[in-house]
Ligand binder design. Structure first.
Ligand SMILES: [Zn+2]
Length: 233
């Protein structure tokens, strides 16, 4: 009964699901804050590290665990840098921010700095949180990216790859099986000292759920995405 129901919904809603071809593709991952890149794309990063440049837009230091925002920011900076280096991504960048207020007010002031690090015109795939993510900073990233594209241009085959962090994606049309690296993803998530043990199990649960509803357990753990051609937007 369950299988036939799922097959029915797969036919209706998931018929377009496919894997992502990373061969020779250059990927830019935009992360609003440290750990977003691991939550949404950690397994994908671990499997294809050399395809990726990762730009974390703000450390977003805050009063936490007895730390001042500046101290907290430094811990997040160090953890991001260490984790990206251990995963072996092509290049990674992160910017410190620990003032009051939303990072979405900080991001536009940093546009030129971001563009000194990366040229969006160099990438076939640009990964970013989806626009219905339940966090105002995350929602802003698509605006920031449009500004970068306005200044730097884009390749003709550019695809935007939306990933899920604080809200699940509705229109999933691509996935990466991370069965082989799920334990590594959890291990790296636990390395973020400002998160501790707290995120690994719930995010593993999301990835496991995706394995069920998108491939009916053909894969156990998936990272899911909505991939769109840029000219559609
Ligand atoms: Zn975030």
């Amino acid at each position: 009964m369950l299988k036939s129901l799922i097959d029915h919904f797969r036919k209706k809603h998931y018929c377009a699901i496919h894997g992502i071809n990373f061969d020779e593709k250059r990927c830019l991952l935009l992360a609003p804050h440290p750990d977003d890149e691991l939550i949404g794309c950690g397994g994908t990063l671990i499997m294809h590290p050399k395809n990726f440049d990762v730009l974390c837009l703000a450390t977003s230091g805050m009063h936490r665990q007895g730390q001042t925002p500046k101290e907290n920011s430094r811990v997040r900076f160090d953890d991001f840098t260490t984790i990206m280096s251990e995963i072996g991504v092509n290049r990674s960048f992160i910017f410190e921010y620990y003032e009051n207020g939303r990072c979405r007010e900080f991001y536009p002031t940093m546009l030129n700095e971001y563009m000194k690090c990366v040229n969006v015109c160099d990438y076939n795939y640009i990964f970013l949180p989806h626009i219905h993510d339940n966090h105002p900073d995350h929602q802003y990233i698509v605006v920031l990216l449009k500004e970068m594209i306005k200044h730097q241009g884009y390749v003709a085959d550019l695809k935007l790859v939306f990933y899920e962090v604080w809200s699940p994606l509705h229109n999933v049309n691509a996935y990466v099986s991370i069965d082989r690296v799920i334990s590594d993803k959890c291990r790296f998530l636990k390395k973020y000292r400002t998160v501790g043990e707290g995120y690994a199990e719930p995010i593993k649960g999301l990835n496991r759920y995706r394995g069920l509803v998108c491939t009916y357990n053909e894969h156990n753990f998936l990272e899911c995405f909505e991939v769109v051609d840029f000219y559609d937007h």
